[in-house]
Design a protein around this ligand. Structure first.
Ligand SMILES: Nc1ncnc2c1ncn2[C@@H]1O[C@H](COP(=O)(O)OP(=O)(O)O)[C@@H](O)[C@H]1O
Ligand SMILES: [Mg+2]
Length: 370
């Protein structure tokens, strides 16, 4: 798939900007703080209706404006689909083919992106929440129904936590209410856990051979999903029944603490290289290779799932990769993945790539095609 164009209105430091893109490599060149990352962020938001940088949608709106708009046409399966997101102080409005979508989960998935930014190293090094966010964003892009389950889970979790907090304060709980909330909780928890386990397994299949090559055939990567609740049993009914028993066994502890102690909100994902946990024992280089392998694996996985390659966003990372890793990445995307690269300088980027790319200069919120 390709992003044919992008129109921004009052988005961050862009007042009005219209751009059309190359189907191969697009390079945004400019000094710091000119708006390069903002451009990639706009493409990411157009895809997943969320940003990697903030959870507060108001941050997107230019300081002197009331609302922001991002528009773009996506070419896929031979068709051109216009997407439109309006961001206001009150919330988001999303349109596909000029038709408003009632739910964001219906909107997400029309444009698929894979982003690789310096902070992606924290996918390996950072807190579990970073990895859960990654998992949620990636599955959500491929399977919008996952986003629906996830928001349902978050709502039930909140209700259940509120109930447990009240029980803690009053020192007594209503068993019927406990049962209702726990059954609802379990139904969605099991669904999310299963989807996450399947996703990580498929991602691993693609990531392992990529990592092996980028490490000059020295490193075997392993991904391990660490669900907070294990799925015990042969089918969804058994998973639910076993989880119910587990929740019963910790019921008093949850009331004492006033919070839900287990569930997908406590999941994690581990990476191993040659049997060692990369987060704990990996060098900076190994952590970087791991993050890169996982990102490249996502490209293949999205292709397998949707029949189209996603759009790749590389924020300030290409010039940071050594020649070997860079050439691997470029070989992996060559001619098939539309790519957007930001950089302060073209030094350190493969010459052939730069020469055949379309270059844009970014200066104080204005972009000009070279
Ligand atoms: N809501 C906003 N309204 C106006 N300007 C903003 C807003 N959010 C960020 N900016 C400005 O955007 C610029 C940073 O853009 P960014 O894309 O991160 O730069 P870089 O080119 O270094 O990637 C800063 O000058 C910042 O002040
Ligand atoms: Mg930047």
């Amino acid at each position: 798939m390709h992003l044919e164009n992008l129109v921004l209105r009052h988005f961050r430091n862009y007042e009005e900007q219209e751009l059309s893109f190359d189907n191969n490599v697009n390079v945004f060149l400019g000094e710091n703080a000119q708006g390069k990352t903002n451009l990639l962020e706009a493409i990411l938001i157009l895809a997943v209706a969320k940003s990697h940088r903030t959870t507060n949608d108001k941050d997107f709106i230019s300081w002197d404006a009331e609302s922001a708009k991002i528009e773009g046409r996506v070419e896929k399966h031979g068709q051109s689909v216009p997407l439109e997101l309006t961001l206001t102080q009150k919330g988001k409005k999303a349109k596909v083919n000029h038709l408003e979508q009632k739910k964001l989960s219906q909107y997400v998935g029309n444009l698929n992106v894979v982003m690789f930014a310096p902070e992606d190293l924290s996918l390996v090094k950072g807190a579990p929440g970073v990895r859960r966010r990654f998992i949620n964003m990636e599955i959500g892009q491929m399977q919008p129904v996952y986003l629906h389950d996830l928001s349902q889970y978050q709502r039930i979790l909140q209700q259940r936590n509120h109930f447990l907090k009240q029980a803690q304060i009053k020192r007594k709980s209503d068993p019927t209410m406990w049962q209702i909330l726990t059954e609802q909780f379990i139904e969605v928890a099991v669904k999310l856990t299963k989807r996450r386990a399947d996703f990580i397994e498929r991602l691993e299949q693609f990531a392992v051979p990529i990592h092996f090559k980028i490490s000059r055939e020295l490193e075997h990567l392993k991904l391990e999903y660490k669900p907070s609740v294990e799925l015990e049993g042969a089918n969804p009914e058994e998973w639910q029944a076993n989880l119910y028993k587990k929740m019963e066994s910790i019921a008093q502890r949850e009331i004492d603490r006033g919070v839900t102690l287990i569930g997908p909100h406590r999941d994690d994902l581990f990476f191993y290289v040659n049997g060692q946990n990369v987060q704990v024992f990996g060098s900076q280089g190994q952590q970087r290779t791991t993050a890169l392998s996982v990102k490249l694996a996502e490209i293949d996985l999205i292709f397998e799932e949707t029949g189209e390659y996603p759009v790749l966003l590389l924020d300030d990372v290409l010039s940071e990769l050594d020649d070997f890793r860079q050439s691997h990445l470029l070989a992996a995307i060559q001619g098939k993945v539309q790519t957007f690269v930001t950089t302060t300088s073209t030094d350190g980027i493969d010459h052939e790539t730069i020469n055949s790319a379309t270059t844009f200069l970014v200066d104080k919120g204005t972009v000009t095609k070279q």
